[in-house]
Design a protein. Structure first.
Length: 131
């Protein structure tokens, strides 16, 4: 009888939980934008460099201009991103929304095929004014 209960206990311990699905979703790192410089430009102006400062920027973070990722985002320091905004984006007066996205990833997880998926996370929006 003791053997039966020991076996039952072992099955319950090892059979309940503890297994990580190979496609388990892990929380991403949410970036936060605190300032943008400049915060405005005159409409009809030329290309300019936008500097975005904040926190939790991954090494592959990208600046978004009106939700469009800017592929040429540079990372001069840990909490600063820069990107050239083309003159075509400031032709008319109005506003633009600036945010930062930490792209997600899907990584294979070692010799047993486990791994994780990390979703993309996007920061708060900052409003850029085109005068």
């Amino acid at each position: 009888m003791k053997t039966f209960f020991m076996l039952l206990l072992a099955i319950m311990c090892f059979g309940c939980g503890g297994y990580n699905s190979p496609n388990q979703m892990h929380a991403g790192i949410v970036p936060a934008v605190t300032t943008i410089m400049p915060a405005s430009q005159l409409h009809g102006g030329s290309d300019f460099t936008l500097t975005v400062t904040g926190s939790n920027f991954n090494g592959n973070a990208v600046v978004n201009w009106n939700a469009a990722p800017q592929s040429k985002t540079a990372h001069p320091t840990a909490n600063t991103l820069t990107v050239t905004i083309p003159a075509s984006d400031i032709v008319t007066a109005g506003t633009a929304q600036v945010s930062v996205t930490n792209p997600g990833s899907s990584t294979p997880g070692g010799p047993y095929g486990g791994g994780s998926n990390t979703p993309s996370e996007t920061s708060n929006n900052m409003t850029f004014t085109i005068n």
